[in-house]
Design a protein around this ligand. Sequence first.
Ligand code: FES
Length: 62
Amino acid sequence: MFVCLCKAVSDVQLVEIIRSGASTVKQVADSCGAGSGCGACTREIQDMIEDEAGLSSDVDAG
Ligand code: FES
């Protein structure tokens, strides 16, 4: 599914970008544009960054 509608960036793409080193919403935006439009998705991107960082490692995807 798309997380960022403005830039048509999916959750799968975001996970790949985060895993490849983007650790802030700004770095994600610099990498793929997600979050650089209306900004409505930035909180979800932040949540995904925190999940990937292991802060919510007890939560299963899906
Ligand atoms: S939905 Fe991502 S910037 Fe608008």
